[in-house]
Design a protein around this ligand. Structure first.
Ligand code: ADP
Ligand code: MG
Length: 249
């Protein structure tokens, strides 16, 4: 059984079947990519995994426990963390201040934004945040205004904010969207490094095939809300159904 199990999940928006009988099993410690054309249901599926949407029918379990009926915050506490397509950082705060938010959310069970001034003394938490920044090669930007960071650095910061909570499953929604090739390759290297070092499970939604084939061990192809095929990157590359439905060849 996978760390994440999706069983017969259906989701309708009015007359539109966004997800139809989706089954998916993500193996522990693997990197699993979910690909598919625009409108295939990738974001809808992701939102069903993190409690932003509730499936109409079906079951989603994480480490054997159902995530359905739980709030995004509760699911996050279970060990699922998501990197958003548009980085969700606080542009008015510095890099280190952003890092302290998830640190305290994890420790105290609630956001304590107001406490940022008074936490300067809490060395242990700051050490943890700094060491995480170092891991994503952002420590030199510790006191920079987050709003002025490059797109790549904003994403690194967001990744660090997720990882500092020590999730067992990291969900990434198009982690290289809008990046230039050099930044994309840096992100691939960073994700590989994080995966190898932390043995974390990753589920990645991604359009860039270079990224998918560089990182994933398993690939699920979604088309019109239903998994078309699930296989290794080698087999997906040559799969006639996939070429037809997705790669446009
Ligand atoms: P993808 O992320 O693969 O591009 P989405 O999951 O965003 O696809 O969308 C799947 C389908 O569901 C699309 O046809 C989209 O227009 C529709 N859809 C997504 N969210 C909503 C919503 N909140 N209300 C109505 N339709 C939606
Ligand atoms: Mg989407």
């Amino acid at each position: 059984m996978g760390i994440l199990e999706v069983k017969n999940v259906n989701k309708r928006f009015g007359g539109l079947q966004a997800l139809g009988d989706v089954n998916l099993s993500v193996a522990e410690n693997s990197v699993h990519a979910i690909i598919g054309p625009n409108g295939a249901g990738k974001s809808t599926l992701l939102n069903c995994l993190i409690g932003k949407l509730e499936p109409d029918t079906g079951e989603v379990t994480f480490k054997g426990q159902s995530v359905l009926g739980r709030t995004p915050y509760q699911i996050n506490q279970m060990g699922i963390s998501r990197v958003f397509q548009t980085p969700e950082i606080f542009g008015d705060l510095t890099v280190i201040e952003n890092m302290l938010i998830p640190c305290f959310a994890k420790r105290d069970g609630a956001f304590r934004m107001h406490a940022i001034e008074s936490i300067a003394a809490e060395r242990e938490v700051i050490d943890r945040a700094e060491s995480m920044l170092d891991e994503v090669r952002m420590l030199d930007k510790r006191d920079m205004h987050s709003g002025s960071l490059s797109r790549g650095d904003k994403r690194r910061l967001e990744m660090a904010m997720c990882l500092v909570q020590e999730p067992s499953l990291l969900l990434l929604d198009e982690p290289t969207a809008g990046m230039a090739r050099a930044d994309t390759n840096n992100t691939i290297d960073l994700l590989k490094e994080i995966h190898d070092k932390r043995n974390i499970t990753m589920a990645i939604i991604e359009h860039d095939m270079h990224v998918v084939f560089s990182l994933a061990q398993r690939i699920t192809v979604l088309a019109q809300g239903t998994p078309l095929v699930e296989d290794t990157p080698e087999n997906i590359k040559g799969h006639p159904k996939v070429k037809e439905a997705y790669l446009g060849e």
